[in-house]
Design a protein around this ligand. Structure first.
Ligand code: ADP
Ligand code: MG
Length: 234
């Protein structure tokens, strides 16, 4: 049985896509059969971040009935298997169709890591419906933490398991909220802290995941530790 794990945050720009890509890659490097699914149909950017052509067939072609799901699973040079979404502006609310496409992935991998859209709306709620577990990404600042509180409430309402809270872009400077403070506000333990890391921005420029382009970068080490914790080995 496939475990479906979504990466959500409420607030935009917290690092959901970065976490989803690098978590999936680290899980794959640990020998697990993983598919990364771009479930952010509003602002798809997994294909962009992985440097593949935007003309590749993608999840929208499956939703439109033009392709089978197996035909849109691509293999990145890093070893990561992924399904991109269309980068064009999508006016259609494809959430019901996305749920059945996600269901059709059951049995095709050990884990499916799903990159969520930002916000609190129908598409996020239906992605939660399709998830077994949820990873919540936040940043060490009040607006992001407040949205993480809302996200926790929604996930708990939906009865899904929170696999962990990730603080991303952590510097440890005095302008930031501390890990202890964030943990206390959320009423949850923090699974992993990913540092602010220039190598992430360098890797975006190269269009490679940071943990592939710079495996020894501070954030790459954190992503490996996060993957080990998600697997319960840490
Ligand atoms: P989201 O998917 O939540 O909108 P992204 O993963 O696209 O967020 O991240 C937004 C931008 O922030 C990315 O382009 C990336 O360059 C940058 N970023 C994310 N995490 C980090 C980090 N830990 N250190 C430095 N830059 C980061
Ligand atoms: Mg994103």
């Amino acid at each position: 049985m496939t475990k479906f794990i979504s990466v959500v945050s409420g607030k935009g720009g917290t690092g959901k896509t970065t976490v989803a890509i690098n978590l999936a890659l680290a899980l794959n490097e640990f020998g697990h059969n993983v598919i990364l699914l771009d479930s952010d149909l509003r602002s798809a950017d997994i294909g962009l971040m992985l440097g593949v052509s935007p003309k590749l067939n993608n999840i929208h072609d499956v939703i439109d009935g033009k392709k089978n799901i197996e035909e849109v699973v691509y293999h990145h040079p890093s070893g990561l298997n992924f399904i991109p979404a269309s980068i064009s502006v999508q006016t259609v609310n494809a959430s019901p169709e996305l749920n059945s496409v996600i269901e059709s992935l059951d049995g095709s991998a050990e884990m499916v890591i799903m990159d969520a859209p930002a916000g609190f709306h129908k598409e996020v709620f239906s992605l939660l419906d399709s998830s077994d577990e949820v990873i919540i990404v936040t940043n060490p600042e009040l607006p992001a933490v407040t949205d993480a509180i809302r996200t926790i409430a929604l996930v708990e309402q939906s009865g899904k398991k929170i696999a962990g809270i990730v603080i991303n872009r952590y510097n440890g400077d005095e302008a930031e909220m501390s890990v202890e403070n964030i943990s206390a506000m959320l009423g949850k333990e923090i699974l992993e802290v990913i540092p602010e890391d220039i190598y992430i921005r360098k890797s975006v420029k190269l269009k490679y995941p940071v943990s592939y382009a710079y495996p020894l970068a501070p954030s790459s080490v954190s992503f490996k530790r996060l993957a080990a914790k998600v697997l319960g080995k840490y």
